[in-house]
Design a protein around this ligand. Structure first.
Ligand SMILES: Nc1ncnc2c1ncn2[C@@H]1O[C@H](COP(=O)(O)OP(=O)(O)OP(=O)(O)O)[C@@H](O)[C@H]1O
Ligand SMILES: [Mg+2]
Length: 238
């Protein structure tokens, strides 16, 4: 159970998150909302990239916000990034190895974890390919594999579906759905692809201008009038 309580983040005059509270016990939970709603900021707070001015994030009696980002990673928090910034000269294997930087386990164990994560996302045969030679789908999958190598407890995915075609999006659905059973981690998934959210998330949080305007079963949330209005012109559920 992840208990997010009263998280507030301000950037100058912008209230990026306005006293956000939510209890998350599901395997995969969605976070949706229009551009600038605060979705990435929420992931930044959880992973330690942004310090909120108020609030706590409690997991099994531990306030994650008291840990440095490094210790959060060691505790089992992984995140992917919305903007792809794949190092061109590193091999896929070494890009994934970055997810174990904080970890002191023996090399053989690390290699086994990398092999397993690569197989899970379907990148085994590209393990020696350089980052600069990957297409955007392969870069997204490399990001996900990096999030899975450290025996994660929570995986935060920031628009992993960005720029994927239909077949690739289908493969991504299976991958996200299987993370809990294969790796044991809870997943928080930000995406603008409502079909992906619908297919993978039992519950969904909706943010709009920093406020949580809905949180509940995904289908109910997507039918909510306030949610539809927030998305005017971007329309979830079409
Ligand atoms: N480091 C920052 N400095 C100043 N303002 C920021 C910073 N990060 C985010 N913001 C602002 O906070 C608000 C929330 O941004 P955030 O990136 O969390 O939105 P988002 O929901 O992830 O949007 P998108 O769907 O476009 O990725 C926006 O108004 C954004 O301009
Ligand atoms: Mg974002």
């Amino acid at each position: 159970m992840i208990r997010i309580s009263d998280i507030t983040v301000r950037f100058g005059g912008v209230v990026a998150l306005d006293s956000i509270t939510a209890e998350i016990s599901d395997d995969v939970i969605g976070i949706i909302g229009p551009n600038g709603a605060g979705k990435t900021t929420l992931i930044n707070v959880l992973s330690g990239f942004v310090r909120p001015e108020a609030g706590s994030v409690d997991v099994d009696g531990l306030n994650l916000l008291t840990l440095t980002p490094f210790r959060r990673a060691r505790w089992g928090l992984s995140r992917s990034f919305q903007k792809l910034q794949t190092a061109a000269e590193l091999s896929v294997e070494n890009l994934v190895r970055v997810g174990l930087d904080h970890c002191s386990s023996p090399n053989a164990e690390k290699d086994a974890a990398i092999g397993r994560a690569l197989e899970f996302v379907g990148l085994s045969r590209l393990r020696n390919t350089k980052g600069g030679d990957l297409n955007s789908q392969q870069q997204r999958m490399t990001e996900i594999a990096r999030c899975l190598v450290n025996s994660p407890r929570i995986v935060l995915l920031d628009e992993p579906g960005g720029g994927l075609g239909e077949t690739e999006a289908e493969a991504l659905r299976t991958i996200i759905t299987d993370i809990r059973s294969s790796f044991g981690a809870q997943v928080l998934l930000i995406d603008h692809d409502v079909d992906l959210i619908r297919a993978t998330c039992s519950k969904t949080i909706v943010l709009d201008f920093g406020k949580l305007i809905a949180f509940g079963p995904t289908e109910t949330v997507l039918r909510d009038k306030m949610v539809q209005a927030a998305y005017l012109g971007q329309g979830p559920g079409q």
